[in-house]
Design a protein around this ligand. Structure first.
Ligand SMILES: *[C@@H]1O[C@H](CO)[C@@H](O)[C@H](O)[C@H]1NC(C)=O
Ligand SMILES: *[C@@H]1O[C@H](CO)[C@@H](O)[C@H](O)[C@H]1NC(C)=O
Ligand SMILES: *[C@@H]1O[C@H](CO)[C@@H](O)[C@H](O)[C@H]1NC(C)=O
Length: 221
């Protein structure tokens, strides 16, 4: 009897744990900002404000590459024109053009395999002295991050944009309304975007594992 009760609790707990794990991991762009800010803190750099308007623009920045990994970095690297911020990115994000502020740094990476945000940070985005210098720069006050697959699949782009704008009056959203963008996730918007980057398969398997323990317990009665 007590074994069955214990069994039930283990099953219930693991189911609960897998649901909350899926929940807390629902926005990889926000996780990336957490990793980045934690790293800056240990380096005695200030914590950067996670600005949703700037996050949305980071996702637009990714979309400008139209899935072309080869256009990121290296000698053939391309960069969206500055005019795209006012002409395309801001209107698509509902960001008031008058509140666009200077970009003080960017980190961009692309890879065919999806990795966790902490690995994207240390393995893809921060890869040389130049990227470390951008990471720890005292010029930034705020940050926006985004991740997106192309049509929800490989390759996966990660983008971090830094700005020195005033945190409460830059990249402001008209009427305070955030525009949801798919596919992809961006930071600062409290949006659950788990299905937008990584397929639901991962979450389904975690839930299945919880259910499996329950089934085993029931059969064990
Ligand atoms: C911060 O990130 C850099 C680059 O990935 C890494 O070398 C360093 O160990 C990190 N610091 C901490 C405290 O995690
Ligand atoms: C910070 O801003 C100054 C002045 O604009 C510039 O000279 C410097 O290169 C910037 N630092 C970094 C790390 O971008
Ligand atoms: C923005 O923040 C500054 C300093 O934190 C404050 O003085 C100012 O009133 C704020 N502006 C708005 C529009 O909230």
């Amino acid at each position: 009897m007590s074994a069955n009760v214990a069994c039930f609790f283990v099953a219930a707990l693991s189911l609960f744990a897998s649901v909350s794990a899926a929940d807390s991991k629902s926005n990889p762009a926000d996780e990336l900002v957490s990793v980045l800010n934690a790293n800056r803190t240990t380096h005695k750099s200030s914590v950067l404000f996670n600005n949703p308007g700037l996050g949305c623009i980071a996702l637009q920045y990714i979309k400008a590459y139209q899935g072309q990994c080869g256009d990121v970095g290296g000698s053939k690297g391309k960069k969206p024109a500055d005019s795209e911020f006012t002409d395309t990115f801001a209107p698509n994000c509902n960001v008031e053009a008058s509140t666009l502020s200077p970009i003080t740094g960017r980190l961009l990476g692309c890879q065919t395999k999806y990795v966790q945000p902490n690995e994207a940070f240390s393995d893809i985005l921060i890869h040389n002295d130049k990227s470390l210098e951008i990471l720890y720069s005292k010029n930034h006050t705020e940050v926006g991050a985004a991740v997106s697959g192309s049509d929800g699949g490989s390759p996966y782009f990660w983008c971090v944009l830094f700005s020195n704008g005033k945190t409460n009056s830059s990249f402001s959203l008209s009427g305070g309304v955030v525009k949801t963008q798919h596919p992809g996730c961006y930071s600062g918007n409290n949006d659950d975007c788990s299905g937008a980057v990584v397929s639901h398969v991962v979450i389904a398997w975690t839930l299945f594992a919880g259910a499996l323990i329950a089934v085993v317990c029931v059969f064990g009665l």
